[in-house]
Design a protein around this ligand. Structure first.
Ligand code: NAP
Length: 438
């Protein structure tokens, strides 16, 4: 028998559990440990609430959690309730699937002013992440800005631009739904430090902007290289640029009161304001021979009382675990950190790719584990029983997959019309549903 602990119940954790469960069958017990009683990490807290089809993948994870050899151990924080070394002593392998929840810093003056928020916080706020439920982003101004040209920047700009009706069918959390409905936002400027050819946005997500009820996407035709240059792009990127060119060729719809302005070749230098963000000072850039953005010296200011920085994420270091400072994830060789310690997903390779990218990633790490400790072998570890005893002794109330199902039913029961659920956002609310004091 082999015992495995996977830390983190997001996509990477679940795909790894799925692979291990298949490979080992009855010869392994797999515990997926999460600090929260609600599983699925990025699916619940990261994927945009108006992208419900992407969230449907959770059904596949449900099946994994229902397998006889897999357990969900919720409400347990690795690092405080139980240490990594303690897990390594009772499990054959520990696999860190903790994602990349920290914002990369802009490193510019004014970044700490009220009104400047990282995308982790902003996305967490509208998705009901307990750490950000009280973020209360300022939505009283007419101008907002989003820094970055990736899909997260697009998510943030779209959420800021949608109407109440357009959230029909989404699971946006109630406090954000109400606040966005009252918001004064009329203009969202999206800053890209490079040009249209260098965006990290994907065609489907960009295409959505052409169909917003109240907002027109605005792109400056002068930002594009000659049309022939698009031929050198890979097909997905070419599609994205074609969509941007269409936006550039279309006049803003006068019936739509909001604007989403793509400001390319625009590098934020600092954020200014009297005690809160009021404007972004931006330097015009051009591309050097290596495709990097270099400042031209020309600067201008753009008003913004809310600035969302969406420039990528990093994995927090953990004491005693090798860490790659330059790339912001654990130092690993094909997922292996040390003898019994592995990492997977964004904690392994950084915050790139789609949810599906984590599947081959999880399967590859499971294959590494399998090579090191073949199915049928025995490591003599106590696994989950020892964890349960440790948690009992420490007064930690672990929750199960059945507990999650009870929370899910309660969230579905209190959903507003047309929404799949109304999320409870605080851990004590989750435990209250379960009749536990917490
Ligand atoms: P990302 O795709 O890496 O994009 C980060 C963006 O930030 C890039 O445009 C980058 O520009 C810019 N940037 C970095 N440092 C900057 C700085 N100091 N100043 C200004 N701009 C800066 O990251 P992400 O948007 O956080 O997305 C993470 C992953 O999740 C991606 O793989 C994304 O596709 C995925 N995702 C997918 C979906 C979806 O499929 N619907 C939704 C959300 C996220 P440079 O290129 O110039 O560095």
């Amino acid at each position: 028998m082999r015992h495995f602990a996977i830390v983190g119940s997001g996509p990477a954790g679940f795909y790894t559990a799925e692979a291990l469960a298949k490979d080992y069958g009855e010869n392994a017990r797999i515990d997926i440990i999460d600090r929260y009683a609600v599983p699925y990490g990025l699916i619940r807290f990261g994927v945009a609430p108006d992208h419900q089809s992407l969230k449907a993948v959770a059904k596949r994870y449900d099946k994994v959690a229902e397998s006889d050899n897999v357990r969900l151990v919720g409400n347990v924080t690795v690092g405080s309730d139980v240490g990594i070394e303690e897990l390594a002593a009772i499990y054959d392998a520990v696999i860190l699937a903790i994602g990349a929840p920290h914002d990369r810093k802009l490193g510019i003056p004014g970044e700490d002013l009220p009104g400047v928020v990282g995308s982790a916080g902003f996305v967490g706020w509208y998705n009901g992440h307990p750490d950000f439920a009280h973020l209360d982003p300022p939505l009283d101004g007419t101008h907002a800005a989003v820094i970055g040209n990736g899909n997260v920047a697009l998510d943030c700009a779209r959420i800021l631009s949608k109407t109440r009706d357009e959230f029909q069918g989404s699971d946006i959390v109630g406090h954000a739904f109400d606040a966005l409905d009252r918001a004064a936002t009329r203009t969202v400027t999206i800053f890209g430090r490079r040009g249209p050819h260098q965006i990290a946005m994907t065609p489907k997500e960009l295409g959505e902007l052409g169909h917003l009820q109240a907002a027109s996407p605005i792109v400056d035709p002068a930002d594009f290289p000659p049309l022939e240059a698009d031929e050198a792009l890979e097909p997905g990127q070419r599609k994205s640029i074609t969509i941007l060119r269409e936006f550039a060729a279309t006049a803003p719809d006068p019936a739509k009161p909001k604007q989403m302005i793509f400001d390319f070749f625009a590098k934020p230098l600092r954020i200014e304001g009297e005690g809160r963000a009021e404007r972004v000072i931006v330097e015009r850039t051009r591309l050097d021979d290596g495709g990097r953005a270099v400042g031209t010296g020309e600067t201008y200011e753009v008003p913004a009382s809310l600035v969302v920085s969406a420039i990528g994420y990093s994995t927090p270091p953990m004491p005693g675990v090798a860490y790659d400072e330059a790339h912001g994830h654990f130092l690993n060789d094909h997922g292996q950190i040390s003898d019994q310690l592995y990492c997977v997903g964004w904690a392994r390779r950084g915050p790139t790719g789609t949810i599906g990218t984590n599947r081959p990633d999880g399967y590859e790490v499971a294959a590494q584990v399998k090579a090191a400790m073949p199915p049928g072998s025995d490591g003599g570890k106590a696994g989950g029983e020892a964890l349960d005893a440790m948690l009992r002794e420490r007064g930690v109330e672990a929750t199960s997959f059945d507990d999650w199902r009870a929370i899910e039913r309660a969230e579905e029961a209190q959903a507003r019309p047309g929404s799949p659920r109304e999320k409870f956002v605080r851990p004590d609310e989750w435990l209250k549903v379960l009749g536990r004091p917490g």
